[in-house]
Design a protein around this ligand. Structure first.
Ligand SMILES: [Zn+2]
Ligand SMILES: [Zn+2]
Length: 275
């Protein structure tokens, strides 16, 4: 039996999310999804600037997200498993404030992301040239390694995130071999710390056309001894819920994984891949 779980979903409690948690639940039931983890944004700039952040007050929005999930998971009990997560952006930029964010609730799942480098804007807003791609990606993987080594999280989200925008805007597809040493160290760190690697399926619907990270990198993670992957759509509205998740699970299978991972109360649970 196919079991589809989406472990990376944004509700309207994220500054860039469109659908309410209820709309997401309705869509999940219609699509026959077994479990959904709501992972609203908690970005370092939000924690730092509070109400003055362009993203809004994250402490309030995450508290609301948790509240919505608790209410609806009781209502949908027996039809859908709804889990309480958070996408923690740049946890190493302000470790003390990150601790505060983690204490807001008894989360089921915490994703760690790097969307922007120290003193830079989100990769979404940057301008790319032939000259700056390499230094930016070098800094990106270095920060990701620092995150993998030191942050409190369960799964490392969308490794190769900047490629979403670099490929779209320049047509350049940077060779990941140039960063292989750092990427290997990130993978070995995840394995040593018993953390998961996320297969983020949002890239399948963008110009890059691959998961983040792609099959070659997921395979490398497996070769080095990786045993846990989470799969998430990164949907920002209920229409895109679980888009690509089946393909993401298939990539895990092709790379040698027999199961994918879903976290409950921050404990990894393996879900067998059905074929
Ligand atoms: Zn993200
Ligand atoms: Zn996300």
């Amino acid at each position: 039996m196919k079991i589809i779980c989406d472990t990376h979903v944004h509700s309207s409690n994220s500054f860039d999310g469109e659908s309410t948690v209820r709309e997401i639940c309705e869509s999940a039931v219609k699509k026959g999804i077994s479990s959904v983890t709501i992972t609203d944004h908690m970005e370092a700039p939000e924690i730092r600037f509070g109400d003055k952040s362009v993203y809004g007050n994250a402490v309030e929005s995450i508290t609301q997200s948790v509240c919505d999930v608790e209410e609806l998971s009781a209502e949908y009990d027996g039809r859908l498993k709804l889990l309480k997560g958070m996408e923690l952006g740049e946890p190493m930029h302000m470790p003390n404030l990150t601790k505060k964010a983690l204490a807001i609730a008894d989360f089921d799942f915490v994703l760690a992301s790097v969307h922007n480098l120290y003193d830079e804007e989100d990769f979404y807003y940057l301008t790319y040239t032939e000259d700056n791609i390499k230094p930016l990606l070098t800094r990106y993987f270095d920060e990701l390694l620092d995150t993998a080594k030191n942050a409190d999280f369960d799964s490392l989200a969308h490794l190769t995130y900047p490629l979403r925008y670099i490929v779209e805007r320049t047509g350049i597809r940077p060779d990941m071999e140039d960063y292989a040493e750092t990427i290997d160290e990130i993978f070995l760190t995840l394995i040593r710390r018993n953390k998961s690697l996320e297969i983020n399926t949002s890239g399948l619907f963008k110009q890059i056309g691959t998961t983040l990270p792609d099959l070659d990198l997921v395979r490398r993670f497996r070769e080095l001894g990786g045993s846990m992957v989470t799969v998430g759509s990164d949907a920002h509205n209920c229409r895109n819920l679980a888009d690509g998740v089946e393909e993401g699970i298939d990539i895990a299978r092709l790379c040698g994984f027999k199961s994918f991972t879903v976290y409950e109360k921050r404990q990894p649970k393996q879900v067998a891949i059905w074929y």
